[in-house]
Design a protein around this ligand. Structure first.
Ligand code: KIV
Length: 262
């Protein structure tokens, strides 16, 4: 997958599946999957490091996760999230952050919102860095919302999200993630844009979907919002395997002679 191919998917009406990933082992598995692209999301701060929000992701954290994923991804298209405030401290700081992620091997960067950093988006694109936008629920603004809530419920908010989506396209973004907005708004944004709209918690009308890998695998046992489907119960599988190992060790069944060196 490349940026031109991602754009072509929209005109050809092909659905895109994207998945987050943060580490080498899962990236190797994803490299063998038909998924179209991998996002090294700043959700790494929560999923991999146990922080309460994505505000704890740093450029260095994202660089390390991106490099590990790229090493395992076997050439799949990898998008890396620009962390909290890394694109709000001026163009030079934003370019440095994007450089850290791109030289770690990312094919593109993603950043949240547009108001106040239009210049950064434009400069990144002019510098040859593909930019993915992120509208609707922007997890880096969770303190402003007072929690993780559906966005775009009022006519005014919906119009503003549509306006920002158009602006992202004009600034040169190659795709937009649209998180937790009502289905009718996701449908309008998808119809209005030429670039692919990738939904999460925004219904079926989007050009593609993205989910957090650990959520779709059933590994994130404390987190089951309405929009997450478990496509496997890997958490239960892991626990069963560990129980079985524990039992084999304690009953002296493991290791056998054939699992030992002569
Ligand atoms: O960080 C992340 O995982 C994301 C997805 C929810 C789209 O931004």
């Amino acid at each position: 997958m490349t940026v031109p191919e991602l754009l072509r998917s929209k005109t050809e009406g092909k659905r895109l599946s994207m998945i987050t990933c943060y580490d080498y082992a899962f990236a190797r598995l994803l490299s063998q999957s038909p998924a179209d692209a991998i996002l090294v999301g700043d959700s790494a701060a929560m999923v991999m490091h146990g922080h309460p929000s994505t505000l704890h992701a740093t450029v260095n954290m994202m660089r390390l996760h991106t490099a590990a994923v790229v090493r395992g991804a076997g050439g799949k298209f990898v998008i890396a999230d620009m962390p909290f405030l890394s694109y709000r401290k001026g163009i030079s700081a934003a370019l440095n952050a994007a450089q850290a992620l791109m030289t770690a091997g990312a094919n593109a960067v993603k950043l949240e919102g547009v108001a106040g950093h239009e210049d950064v988006i434009q400069r990144l694109v002019e510098s040859g860095i593909p930019v993915m936008g992120h509208l609707g629920l922007q997890p880096q603004s969770v303190q402003l919302y007072g929690g993780y809530r559906v966005q775009g419920n009022t006519d005014g908010q919906a119009a503003e999200i549509l306006r920002q989506a158009h602006l992202l396209e004009e600034l040169g973004a190659f795709a937009v993630v649209l998180e937790c907005v009502p289905v009718h708004l996701a449908s309008s944004v998808t119809a209005a844009l030429k670039i692919p709209v990738i939904g999460i918690g925004s219904g079926a009308a989007c050009d593609g979907q993205i989910l957090v890998l650990q959520d779709l695998l059933g590994l994130n046992i404390d987190f089951q919002p309405r929009f997450v489907r478990h496509f496997g119960e890997v958490g239960a599988c892991v626990l069963a395997a560990i129980e079985s190992y524990d039992h084999a060790v304690k009953s002296r069944d493991f290791p056998t002679a054939s699992e030992s060196y002569k």
